[in-house]
Design a protein around this ligand. Structure first.
Ligand code: ADP
Ligand code: MG
Length: 584
């Protein structure tokens, strides 16, 4: 999947160098150790020749043997050390990219999250970053050491016979042109293969996130097909990449063999006409052979880089999604523990430019302390009110204030630390009950925890569970009932000791007894905190200090239950259908 960046970013190699830069010295050390291994290897034949020479002339071979053993041991140890240092450096590059990406994704703006697939983002952090390992070792180091050897060999060839060098280079450049056509195809196929992995991650996330619904709907077979199609797409593209990589490797091999034959022909003619002697031709041909390995290495580095570049581009796309600005736009006000005041001033908002407005000029004011309820048909824009207070989204026009201060001017972490928010579906994270309760305030002491467990009526549940607070709740809290999840979410919000408590249909799944108890708890909290509640059950809101009636993105009326029953037909109708017209 493409995250469709607005404009092209810097080339992938710049991003790669950015990740490699902190490790440049260990990378250089690893590369030098590899070169050293090659050099000690090259010395061995010389010593072997010496040894055979000694034997032939009846001399003692102890010296040569000793030297040979030292070289063998040195070659092995330097080689092992070199590959360890390189691999370790490459893993550090992967680590750096993973850390940078995960930090960044946690700071993404919610609209960017709305538009992306979590499974695809996950694939970018886990699978695409893994590819950086090979890019670092094979591409960077391969290009470095291979390139160095290549240059050295070409210089030697030039010294032996410049004419034959020109002949060789002409053949090699011809092959280079062919490679120029092949290499972009490797990149393209790799990009598609990685994208298919992203699609697979997204489908997996979709299915595993709702496996019960998939099973209940009997949709396993269709979902299986989707997953298999993504896996096969990745396979097809990887096979294409393999095909082009193989073609690239063999083009290089073919070029070298052609160069050999050409040099043999041209060189033979030059020997025949007496321009060069036969020794020069033999030496030059040997160099053509020597050229083979570094050229293969450089071509390998380039093809490997194409795979890595595709991954780098995908990483870069994720890093260019809009993230939250966390620094304050203006000097911070004094930290306060007082209940907050909230107001909307003519707020217009839509979720995206191509979507209809959800708020058409919403205004209301909530003083510190007390309970304010938001009611209205579903889709009226109630949840959106809370999202805007949390600054998950910014309004198109109008101002939202907390303590009289535009929320856009608040430092985000501080704004959010003032608020306890229980979302509409009361999300619970996998982990233990305790993890969930202390998510927003890890330093809570046991006494405060016990108090909140009691007021949210979770104490009974905790006592019943064999592992108590350490019970694991499962993915998204599936091992809890809906009502239990809601109470956990409320307790979590209360433990933050918020100055503003936002409850979005937070008691919708509770039974009557628990709901009544929670209503008393919330009324208690509202004496010292500003509480905003969204509720579709009017029984929850009749005792609110004020009720804001919303409809189709507008505030219809504000008043107490009694006032609204008399003054607002929509509210009166809601109340009537819930048999509450005369209560309150
Ligand atoms: P309520 O809570 O009053 O039922 P919401 O504030 O949740 O209503 O939603 C108001 C409108 O905004 C609905 O029509 C809904 O489809 C739309 N909406 C809500 N969330 C999003 C979103 N993340 N992206 C696009 N549209 C959304
Ligand atoms: Mg809602």
């Amino acid at each position: 999947m493409s995250l469709a960046p607005t404009e092209p970013g810097p080339p992938p190699w710049r991003l790669l160098l950015g990740y490699v830069a902190p490790h440049r010295w260990s990378l250089l050390t690893g590369a030098l150790l590899s070169l050293l291994t090659g050099a000690t290897g090259l010395l061995l034949p010389l010593v072997a020749r010496e040894l055979i020479d000694d034997l032939a002339h009846d001399r003692t071979i102890t010296g040569a043997l000793l030297l040979m053993s030292v070289l063998v041991v040195a070659n092995a140890s330097v080689g092992a050390l070199g590959s360890y240092v390189l691999r370790r450096t490459a893993e550090s590059v992967v680590l750096g990219a993973r850390k940078a990406l995960s930090s960044y994704l946690l700071r993404l703006r919610i609209p960017a999250v709305d538009r992306s697939e979590p499974g695809d983002l996950m694939a970018r952090i886990t699978s695409d970053t893994t590819l950086l390992r090979e890019v670092t070792t094979d591409s960077l180091v391969g290009l470095g050491t291979g390139g160095l050897t290549l240059v050295a060999t070409v210089v030697m060839m030039g010294l032996v016979d410049p004419v034959l060098l020109a002949v060789t280079l002409a053949v090699v450049l011809g092959a280079g042109t062919v490679l120029g056509v092949i290499v972009p195809r490797i990149n393209q196929a790799s990009r598609r293969a990685q994208d298919a992995v992203g699609v697979m991650g997204a489908s997996l996330e979709r299915v595993l996130g709702a496996l019960r619904t998939v099973k209940a709907s009997g949709a396993e077979h269709r979902e299986e097909l989707t997953l298999h199609t993504a896996a096969e797409d990745s396979w097809r593209q990887s096979v294409r990449a393999a095909k082009w990589s193989a073609a690239a490797g063999n083009t290089a091999g073919l070029a070298m063999q052609s160069a050999f034959i050409t040099v043999l022909a041209v060189g033979g003619a030059r020997v025949a006409t007496g321009v060069i002697d036969i020794g020069t031709l033999v030496a030059f041909l040997l160099y053509v052979f020597y050229l083979m390995a570094p050229i293969q290495q450089v071509v390998g580095a380039i093809t490997q880089y194409q795979t890595g570049a595709a991954a780098l581009t995908r990483i870069q796309e994720a890093l260019r999604l809009p993230a939250e600005e966390r620094a304050p736009a203006a000097p911070l006000p004094e930290e306060s523990a007082e209940p907050a005041a909230v107001a909307f001033h003519d707020v217009r908002f839509r979720y995206a430019d191509d979507l209809p407005y959800v708020h058409h000029g919403v205004s209301f004011a909530v003083p510190p302390r007390g309970m304010t309820a938001f009611v209205g048909p579903s889709g009226a824009g109630k949840t959106t009110v809370f999202s805007l207070i949390e600054r998950f989204y910014d309004p198109e026009s109008g101002v939202i204030t907390l303590d009289g201060r535009d929320v856009a001017e608040w430092e985000l972490p501080r704004l959010r630390s003032a608020i306890g928010y229980v979302e509409q579906d009361a999300p619970v994270l996998s982990g233990s009950l305790r993890d969930n309760l202390l998510l927003g305030n890890p330093d809570t002491d046991e006494a405060a925890l016990a108090r909140v467990l009691k007021t949210t009526r979770l104490d009974g549940l905790v006592a019943r569970l064999p592992a108590g607070l350490d019970t694991l709740v499962g993915h998204r809290g599936t091992r809890l009932s809906g009502g239990e999840r809601q109470r956990v979410a409320i307790a979590r919000a209360l433990l933050r000791r918020p100055r503003l408590l936002l409850l979005d249909e937070a008691t919708s799944q509770l039974d009557a007894v628990n709901e009544a108890a929670l209503r008393d708890t919330v009324a208690d909290v509202a004496r010292a905190t500003t509480v905003l509640v969204v509720a579709h059950r009017l029984s929850t809101v009749t005792m609110a200090d004020r009720i804001v009636v919303m409809d189709a993105g507008r505030v219809r009326a504000v008043g107490t239950h009694r006032e609204l029953v008399a003054a607002d037909p929509l509210y009166a109708e809601l109340a009537a259908t819930q048999f509450l017209a005369t209560a309150g």
